[in-house]
Design a protein around this ligand. Structure first.
Ligand code: ADP
Ligand code: TZD
Length: 574
């Protein structure tokens, strides 16, 4: 090659985007092709990236969000303009609400036409629409700014409280060319995208002093704690202090659920009785009853309760109740600062507290064991989950995805997790539809077997992605808890019209046939033994499998465990 051709070499927008992502260690794109990003998907694949194509953008977006949570790198979702962008937007908003780092990259139409509203193909002012729904939003108009655009998107997604970022790439950008050497030097490798945030020493002392004086201390671990990947230090903090802990649902497994200091089986007792509660990457939102009210005991004891809160976002503090000791910083730095102060001679919590918890745990666990031992026909949630619980115990490295109402609540309380970041679920919104997207991400990013436990309604939101699972030959076993409807299958239409009630589905549906349609394995399981066998075979073979688990249609309750959030008609019709 002559010097002349070297300096004349050109690079286009497509390749600058790909090179900028690769330069930052991003090796996977979840997306759905079409104008103007079809060639971007092809070229990314040709350049060695893994491109996972979905059947609907929402699931590609959910996959990106889960990949971000699992890897601490922003997951990338790539979509076409207007409708594709909007389909991805729910996942972007959900990622932001859950503090998962992801970047939604959407192609967009001609700026000049969009801005004059002259009616372009898939016209939409996407940047303006995305802005209020995510942490940051950027648009790149010139090839030489692609490096900056991607660097800003990565830093925004990862730094401070992680979240979703929107990056708008107009169609014209991809075909723009520039000098290859200049293009290369315009790219930015983001240095330290999630800088440590060291807590102030006086804040550490304040927290330690409060913890030390506690008579009935409790630690609550949230998904911020599991995201932080400070697993060993978090475990050391719990064990050195001997303080009982409660894991929020996606923090299950941060310490094994069977750990003697886990207070999960005495949840109501510890929340009502604890005098000092240390929140580690968990918000006092609806999932923790906003830190007040009946869940947290009588008004008298609530007044005497004090909170320590570890969080990277200073504005989270005092959002619901006063926080006596805020500890602002990243969880790794905060926990290691606390550990230095805890040392080795920390006095364990008073025995009457830990004994009272142990007593309640024993009682509740033996009650659960008795229920799990029953073998009703048809299966109910407990008998089916009793089987899954044993399979997970034997395969603690398997990933578990979980959505539904009763299916979610029962799985969370019955199926123990043993390792960090193995459980992915409906998160902060309690959103349905994350199932297959999360399952694909779990398989692609970890290579481990994935078990997705899905309510039949929940599964319906992303069911078509079983084709994606088969196409990429992913080791995903979907278990559909089929009770013929949303929550239950027993509602009756009392109006006299021929339609079924709004919560009822086709009775006796065979979801397993959907997986067979694409070459995967389908199993209809009516007993725990059949379920166990099918699960074990799926894990051993690694083949995409869907088990239609036939559940008693009367077994669920309306809205699972959050029935109280469902508004009831105040006045009865005469
Ligand atoms: P959960 O639903 O499990 O209770 P939340 O999503 O409500 O958890 O809370 C997670 C919290 O963790 C958020 O307030 C977020 O700011 C915080 N967080 C996320 N990552 C980190 C980190 N690396 N260091 C400190 N805090 C973090
Ligand atoms: N739509 C979206 C996006 N999210 C939601 N949470 C809902 C609707 C409302 N919803 C729930 O909160 S749970 C649920 C819906 C529709 C499904 C429950 O039925 P299921 O589970 O079959 O999935 P169970 O085990 O039968 O209760």
């Amino acid at each position: 090659m002559t010097i002349e051709t070297q300096t004349d070499a050109q690079i286009d927008g497509f390749h600058l985007v790909i090179d900028a992502l690769k330069l930052n260690g991003i090796d996977t794109i979840f997306g759905l092709p079409g104008i103007p990003i079809t060639d971007l998907t092809r070229m990314a694949q040709a350049e060695g990236m893994r491109v996972v194509s979905f059947r609907h953008e929402q699931h590609a977006g959910n996959a990106a969000a889960a990949a971000g949570y699992l890897t601490q790198k922003p997951g990338i979702c790539l979509t076409v303009s207007a409708p594709g962008f909007l389909n991805g937007l729910t996942a972007l908003a959900n990622a932001t609400v859950n503090c998962f780092p992801m970047i939604l990259i959407s192609g967009s139409s001609e700026r000049e036409i969009v801005d004059l509203q002259q009616g372009d193909y898939e016209e939409m002012d996407q940047l303006a629409i995305a802005k209020p729904l995510c942490k940051a939003a950027y648009r790149v108009l010139h090839a030489e700014d692609i490096g900056v655009g991607i660097a800003r998107a990565i830093r925004s997604a990862l730094s401070g409280r992680p979240g979703g970022v929107y990056l708008d790439l107009p169609a014209k950008l991809f075909a723009q060319t520039m000098n290859a050497a200049e293009g290369k030097s315009s790219l930015i490798k983001v240095v330290d995208p999630a800088p440590r945030q060291i807590p102030a020493p006086d804040a550490v002392q304040r927290a330690l002093a409060l913890l030390k004086g506690a008579k009935r201390p409790l630690i609550v671990l949230g998904k911020g704690a599991s995201y932080a990947q400070a697993d060993a230090d978090i475990r050391a903090m719990v064990e050195k202090t001997g303080i009982p802990y409660l894991p929020m649902s996606m923090a299950k497994g941060l310490l094994p659920d069977t750990h003697e200091l886990s207070a999960s089986a005495a949840r109501s007792y510890v929340l009502a009785e604890a005098d000092v509660v240390m929140l580690v990457g968990a918000r006092l939102n609806w999932l923790l009853s906003h830190g007040k009210g009946k869940t947290w005991g009588t008004p008298g004891s609530a007044q005497s309760r004090q909170f320590i809160q570890i969080d990277i976002a200073p504005t989270e503090i005092d959002s619901n109740v006063p926080i006596a000791a805020p500890l602002i910083g990243d969880i790794g730095s905060c926990v290691s600062a606390l550990l230095a102060g805890i040392g080795s001679g920390w006095a364990k919590p008073p025995a009457d507290w830990t004994h009272a918890i142990a007593e309640r745990k024993d009682k509740n666990l033996s009650k659960m064991a008795a229920t799990l031992a029953l073998n009703p026909s048809p299966m109910n949630f407990h008998s089916a989950l009793g089987s899954i619980r044993e399979v997970i115990k034997a395969h603690p490295d398997a990933m578990l995805v979980n959505e539904g109402a009763n299916t979610l609540d029962f799985t969370r309380s019955i199926v123990d997790m043993y390792q960090p970041r193995k459980r992915l679920d409906v998160g902060t919104w309690g959103i349905m539809g994350i199932g297959m997207g999360f399952a694909v991400a779990a398989a692609v990013t970890t290579g481990k077997p994935v078990i997705a436990i899905e309510g039949d309604s929940a599964f319906g939101f992303s069911g078509m992605e079983v084709e994606t699972i088969c196409r990429y030959k992913l080791p995903v076993c979907v278990v559909v808890f089929n009770n013929n409807g949303v929550y239950r299958g027993t509602d009756v239409n009392t109006s006299g019209t021929p339609d079924v009630a709004p919560t009822v589905f086709v009775k006796g549906a065979r979801y397993d046939k959907m997986m067979e349609a694409f070459g995967g394995v389908g199993v209809n399981a009516t007993t725990p033994a059949e379920l166990t066998r099918a699960l074990n075979e799926a894990i051993a073979s690694g083949r995409p499998t869907l088990i239609n688990a036939v559940i008693d249609e009367t077994a669920g309750t309306e809205s699972g465990r959050i029935t109280m959030l469902n508004p009831q008609a105040a006045a009865k019709k005469k």
